[in-house]
Design a protein. Sequence first.
Length: 94
Amino acid sequence: MVVTLTGHIDVPLDQLDVIRPALAEHIRLTREEPGNVRFDVTENPDIPGRFDVDEEFINSDAFRTHQTRGQNSAWGKTTAGMPRNFQVDGLKPD
């Protein structure tokens, strides 16, 4: 079953110069992951510091692998503790 994640992360404005390079690398690495169908993270044009997220993976295993990699990446470490509002659909329980 396909797993999707939609929502946003709110980045403090004074962190944007640090976040943008880490995000570019995170997007590149994620799009290369086996099982990634779609991975888009874009700055919201109306809300400064908000990044809209739209992800799709072929199954729960691919999604979980991505989550683990992401948490251990420069992006994950740089954004740890930043407010996230995500909706995940299709994820099977462990």
